[in-house]
Design a protein around this ligand. Structure first.
Ligand code: BES
Ligand code: ZN
Length: 461
């Protein structure tokens, strides 16, 4: 139902779109790459930008320092359902920079065969997305002079680097952040026409390994043969992580991995996911995961082990006959069900140690870890939001799984006892974490309108 109070807000959103794009561009120009200490000042500036912007909409907002990058918390309204909205203002590194068609921090609106997009780092993950909610609030406030319900905004600047400050921050501020339900805008649509509420997310475990052999780099002619080569050892370790059916071989890895329920399998099959098209869009033709599993199951319901980076020896132009003294790899595991990240970390380390030949040592550097999370969809807010989304988009909203990880969804539940509703408007071809990231203008525009509808519906019942 489109109430009068809502249609005025939707109209305002439509008329204000050009200004909303300019505000988004402003935020996108800030190079808030959280993982690289060289950009700490930019992360701080992005937090300041958000504080100012939220204050301009009437949120009582402050920047909260942490040992890492600051959080931003803002409050508005004092009655009605209390909604806690979360987004992250940090972005992924831009390299390889030479693969970008334009400066990643000079966002531009472009025409593409599939419609207008805004291109730049952070457009889809997550600045464009978080601004859909901010803009919906701005429009509501402009039209009605107040917001429709009690709202707390919570923005993080470390999501892309494992959220190291998050757990202590949530614990220390649990009373202030307590709400009826959390809303997270950091996920995608099911397809270009079908909005989605993501009900399960995979967890993540990051491990970096450094395999060391000889004391120094050596001439590969003088020493090749007798001297152990750490790159070969690393290759053997990496090759041993999967068997021929695509299963991960780390002992105990599948403990806590549930089989998909018949109900969920049927629900996902009914979505009519185009697995071939999904792969074809990135130049692939056959699924390379666990044998006997559908592509959707592989992404949404199965755990994985992937090598995200590997270095060692001479990687510059030309050729150098070197036998390196060390080799490194960054390896991540996506987790599902009740897989325990800590146990898997230990088991993985044990396995690597056991594969080392004489004269080799290994150093481990643990990166973030978070378990998988499944949302309890029994809160009536889920059905209310599903209906509101279905009014805005060509097709009705679907409940879906998500392959990525958003650590806070699990912590909202375990620390604050809060269920999260994950609603986002990203698309598979947004190139998040890659060169030429973009966000569709249709997503930005309908995203704002979707939130206005959801705010209306959640504050009316
Ligand atoms: N927005 C993504 C998560 C995401 C992507 C959810 C696609 C659903 C579909 C998020 O910002 C992200 O990329 N998270 C990282 C986690 C992190 C700890 C580095 C991820 O999933 O790799
Ligand atoms: Zn994100």
């Amino acid at each position: 139902m489109t109430t009068d109070r809502l249609s005025a807000v939707l109209e305002h959103i439509d008329n204000d779109l050009p200004a909303a794009i300019e505000r988004l561009k402003d935020l996108l120009r800030i190079k808030s790459i959280s993982t690289d200490p060289a950009f700490a000042g930019d992360c701080d500036s992005a937090a300041d930008w958000l504080v100012k912007d939220l204050q301009s909409i009437g949120f009582e907002t402050s920047k909260r320092d942490t040992p890492g990058h600051p959080m931003v918390v803002g409050h508005a309204g004092d009655s009605g359902r209390h909604l806690l909205f979360y987004g992250h203002y940090d972005v992924q590194p831009v390299d390889p920079l030479n693969l970008w068609d334009n400066d990643p921090f000079d966002p531009q609106v472009e025409d593409t065969p599939k419609g207008k997009v805004i291109r730049g780092r952070g457009t889809a993950d997550d600045k464009g997305q978080l601004m859909t909610f901010v803009e919906a609030c701005r429009a509501w406030k402009a039209v009605h002079g107040t917001l429709p319900t009690r709202l707390t905004m919570f923005f993080e600047g470390e999501e892309e680097s494992g959220s190291p400050s998050l757990i202590p921050f949530l614990k220390e501020n649990s009373e202030e952040l307590d709400a009826d339900i959390a809303l997270i805008c950091d996920t995608g649509l099911f397809d270009d026409e079908t909005p989605a509420i993501t009900t399960m997310l995979r967890g993540l475990l990051g491990e970096e390994i450094v395999i060391k052999g000889p004391d120094m780099d050596l001439h590969s002619g003088m020493y090749g043969g007798p001297a152990i080569n750490p790159i070969r050892v690393l290759a053997r370790v990496i090759a041993a992580l999967h068997d021929d059916t695509g299963r991960v071989t780390v002992p105990g890895f599948y403990d806590g991995v549930p089989e998909l329920s018949d109900e969920l399998r049927a629900q996902w099959e009914a979505l009519g996911f185009d697995a071939e098209g999904f792969l074809a869009d990135v130049g692939l033709s056959e699924p390379a995961g666990e044998a006997g599993r559908s592509v959707l199951e592989m992404i949404w319901a199965r755990p994985t082990c992937e090598v995200n980076g590997i270095t060692g020896g001479y990687t510059g132009d030309g050729f150098k006959t070197v036998l390196p003294s060390e080799a490194r790899a960054k390896i991540s595991f996506r987790l599902v069900g009740s897989q325990d990240p800590h146990k898997i970390r230990e088991s993985f380390r044990e396995m690597v140690r056991a594969l080392l030949p004489g004269d080799c040592t290994v150093e481990f550097h643990g990166h973030g870890s978070s378990p998988a999370s499944v949302m309890a969809t029994s809160d009536p807010a889920f059905e209310i939001a599903r209906q509101a989304l279905s009014l805005e988009w060509p097709r009705p909203a679907a409940f879906v799984g998500g392959g990525g990880s958003i650590p806070i969804a699990g912590y909202f539940k375990s620390i604050l006892g809060l269920d999260s509703m994950l609603i986002g408007f990203g698309r598979d071809d947004d190139l998040i974490h890659s060169p030429n990231e973009k966000y569709s203008m249709d997503s930005f525009h309908r995203g704002m309108r979707s939130w206005a509808r959801i705010l209306d519906a959640l504050s009316a019942d």
